[in-house]
Design a protein around this ligand. Sequence first.
Ligand code: NAD
Length: 495
Amino acid sequence: MTSIAYDYRQDAPGRSAIRDELLLIDGARVPAISGRTFKSLNPATEEVIATIAEGGAADVDRAVAAARRAFEGPWRTMRAAERGYILLKWAGLLKQHADEIVELESLDAGKPIAAVLRQDFPAAIDTLTYYAGWADKIGGDVVSTRDDALTYTVREPVGVVAAIVPWNFPLMIGMWKLAPALACGCTIVMKPAELTPLSALRIGELALEAGLPRGVLNIVPGPGRIAGEALVNHPDVDKVTFTGSPGVGRGIMRGAAGNFKRVSLELGGKSANVIFDDANLDAAAKAAAAGIFFNAGQVCSAGSRVLVQESVYDEVVERLAARASALRIGDPQDRATALGPVISEKQMKTILDYVDIGKREGALLVTGGEHVGGRGYFISPAVFANVKHEMRISQEEIFGPVVSVIKFKDEADALRIANGTAYSLAAGVWSSDIGRVQRFAKRARAGTVWINTYGYTDVRLPWGGERDSGLGREHGTAAIDNFTEPKAVWMNLNV
Ligand code: NAD
């Protein structure tokens, strides 16, 4: 891995450390029609690392038209296996360029490089490889109806997909959308988050190199309120797949109603990690700390509420605080760094405001919760004890390295608190009583339940939640359903 001074296209003479990035539309890198640009910062240094063409409604129009042509043309009609081979070739190219992609993601999103190497990058490759394998295995059923008919179903691609992606896992969450949509034969206009557009643009270039026909994957960075809304409202987009905040998700449902676009939404979370007194406390505290402090808490399924049975409450608070203060904060490019900055100054202020709110609400800040370092948006990991279920820091998604530790009496109490927010993305439970963990798993209102572990995801398992956590599921066969429409065919055998 090279140092922080990074130039991913070293064969482009005269390229400076600050890159100029263009949109990717119809197989070419192009400026925005308006000529406007915006800047991307490294959250660890606050330095500008790239100037990016700012996509607007006219660029979205061009990109959707290109995606429509590619859908009606080469991509849909290509042999399914061929689509799979191209995706596999793309995965191979991404692996060949692993160092630069990992570094780019770390610079743009402020992620510790060790974490991108361990999680984001391998997960993106795994997702792409998994769905490459699906490309020629999407089928239908012959269904028994009448003796004089052959009746069967086929699954057809939904068409042009708008993929709108957040900044916390740009590469991995981006691939959760791109890989299944492409495997199903859809074409895409992707709008990365304006804070983290760089990895998407680079992998888009590599997709072309892998043989993806022009227009199949278009990438239009730009502001959510402009480029994002233009996509959501576009009459020629057939589906929106979105990961982001519940507020934007609501707007997307409204916008999509115009032409009844298919919509899948992965939104926020306030997940409970529940520790009973008969749990392995060492393992539970370790996982609880990782469950909230990984990616500086900017994880939709972060275990931001740790619920602890009263007899072991003080011990768990102590262990969590010790783990929080031992975390190595620093330069994300240093492989020993465990905790990088949060994404932006705005996000840092929001998180620090929540720390003040917690103190004002009467919770006890045991450790952390401060802006650290002169430059960069670093926050020391915060542990709040004596948190009451009704407090705002227990109900609202903070999306930062702040954990609320809440006391409970018994199973019923734990379940009431765990299920008592607007969210339902994930939950964890720790106990050595097999009946107890299974009762919890059954009654937890959550799309994923972890038992005696926390935080694992795998593209083979469904992922998502209900209420303010979203609509529908990604991953596994759910994603194949998301990007295809079933068609019934009825053939009269007596003509
Ligand atoms: P955000 O909703 O502000 O932005 C997400 C994306 O939507 C960005 O690309 C943004 O430009 C775009 N956008 C913003 N306004 C838009 C609009 N009016 N129309 C169309 N697009 C618009 O969210 P964020 O701050 O980037 O990400 C943080 C949120 O995402 C958190 O709430 C987090 O829980 C959630 N999240 C959920 C999951 C999951 O799998 N459930 C994963 C990661 C993040």
